[in-house]
Unconditional design. Structure first.
Length: 103
């Protein structure tokens, strides 16, 4: 049961109440979706629009908050750890490009 939540409900989060795992149904669906492997980025972005009725940008914002969520880590530790590693690798690559580009 959620009481005294300090987060504001937005139209995209209000109908997605958390269950006993601490994850909303939408959050669980996002994690299940991320377990799939995508050969082409465009196909994934189209599926995001069709399944979740949100832009790819908003989807990745939701996903990034899930990656940092203890409830998501408890729900699917292997997936969350893999997504954290991938995010960290991308961040390091961006930093290296930025620092290497200045030389």
């Amino acid at each position: 049961m959620l009481t005294g939540s300090s987060t504001q409900d937005t139209p995209e989060t209000a109908p997605h109440e958390a269950d006993a795992t601490g994850l909303s149904e939408r959050d669980q669906q996002v994690l299940a979706f991320e377990r799939q492997w995508w050969k082409y980025a465009g196909a994934k972005e189209q599926a995001i629009r069709e399944l979740f009725d949100m832009s790819a940008t908003r989807y990745y914002q939701v996903l990034n908050s899930l990656i940092d969520s203890p409830a998501a880590l408890a729900h699917d530790p292997m997936l969350i750890k893999r997504l954290r590693r991938m995010r960290s690798t991308r961040q390091r690559a961006r930093t290296a490009r930025r620092l290497g580009g200045d030389a």
